[in-house]
Ligand binder design. Structure first.
Ligand code: HEM
Length: 312
């Protein structure tokens, strides 16, 4: 990007922002209220509001949201890094919500709902991978201009990302421990570490559907990372050998595979973007950097759904 000190745009005066994180009080609308408003405005958008804010700002506390982008350097690329970092946190948040709900629907044997939800989770994951299109416009020199300002901050300290990894079954006591001093974050991370993942619930579903699953897979130490299991592989192999679109377990297997595939693409593009931006320099978070990210690209959340392909 151009090498000059950017003009940092200010869009909100922080003095006017209601910083409460509670949802702000708002009037409910209805078909009737909208009809009566449109009759008064002759079809033109509303522009006059009472008080010091408007309903769009209040619905999602947009003025708080847009007060949170503070570059710490004069580097041109830092604003892009901050905006995209925050966007990605929001996508992790949305993705985690869907994955948790898919898990709960599977637990309650509502497979139709779960599959609809997984479709959105896949869409989120593709969207996440596309964020690298923007981030890869950050040049090596541009990144160096603000890298020192990060201190030891690193995406690996993202608790929202850790929630996504944990609900998908990639548990790590070590990476969870990075949050143990953060009292407003740690209890939920610790709970997620020790809870069944979505895939653990899928395996319990296979068992309920009469497929032969090792008892040890149905009551294990959930804080351990998932390891491929022969009985689970055989169960999927049986399902895939009789594959048809009206077999909901087969469709579920394909949705999970697509989710895993797109998550791998996300990780791969992270690795590639980082290689392009910082080469083989160590990461800010204490890891070897690109080598560490490359090694994570080999991980699969649902290993048996990949290994069965060789035998089909
Ligand atoms: C574009 C510049 C970026 C670079 C050069 C970069 C570099 C790295 C490196 C080297 C690591 C390994 C850990 C360490 O820091 O030692 C890492 C991990 C990570 N980064 Fe980035 N990153 C970038 C952008 C982002 C953004 C914008 C996010 C979004 C929040 C992000 C999320 C993550 C996550 C979640 C991990 C941990 C991955 C895991 O646990 O498998 N990165 N990054």
């Amino acid at each position: 990007m151009p090498k000059y000190t950017p003009y940092v745009t200010h869009v909100v005066d922080p003095v006017g922002v209601d910083t409460s994180i509670e949802p702000r009080p708002m009037e409910m609308g209805s078909d009737q209220s909208r009809e009566s408003v449109v009759a008064k405005t002759s079809g033109k958008p509303l522009v006059d509001f009472e008080g010091k804010t408007n309903p769009y700002i209040d619905y999602q506390s947009i003025d708080i949201l847009l007060s949170l982008q503070h570059p710490r350097s004069e580097g041109y690329d830092e604003m892009c890094f901050i905006v995209m970092g925050q966007i990605k946190e929001m996508i992790f948040r949305g993705l985690h919500f869907e994955l948790k709900n898919a898990q709960m629907q599977i637990r309650e044997d509502n497979l139709g709902n779960a599959m609809q939800i997984l479709e959105r989770a896949i869409a989120y994951t593709k969207y996440l991978a596309d964020t690298w299109n923007v981030l890869s416009t950050i040049s090596t020199e541009g990144f160096s201009e603000f890298r020192n300002n990060l201190g030891t901050a690193s995406g690996q300290l993202s608790f929202m990302y850790r929630h996504v990894e944990f609900v998908l079954g990639n548990k790590s006591k070590r990476l969870a421990a990075a949050h143990k001093n953060v009292s407003h974050v740690w209890p939920e991370i610790d709970k997620a570490l020790h809870s069944q993942s979505l895939y653990d619930d899928v395996i319990a579903l296979l068992n309920r559907r009469g497929l032969k699953i090792d008892g040890a897979m149905l009551n294990r130490d959930w804080s351990e990372p998932y390891k491929a299991n022969d009985s689970v592989e055989l169960a999927w192999l049986g399902i895939y050998k009789g594959a048809s679109l009206d077999n909901d377990l087969y469709t579920l297997g394909e949705k999970l595979t697509s989710l895993d595939e797109n998550f791998s693409i996300y990780r791969w593009r992270h690795f590639l973007t980082v290689q392009k931006i910082i080469g083989y320099k160590p990461g800010t978070g204490g890891s070897a950097g690109v080598g560490w990210l490359q090694q994570v690209t080999g991980h699969r959340f649902f290993p048996e759904l990949w290994s069965i392909r060789t035998n089909l």
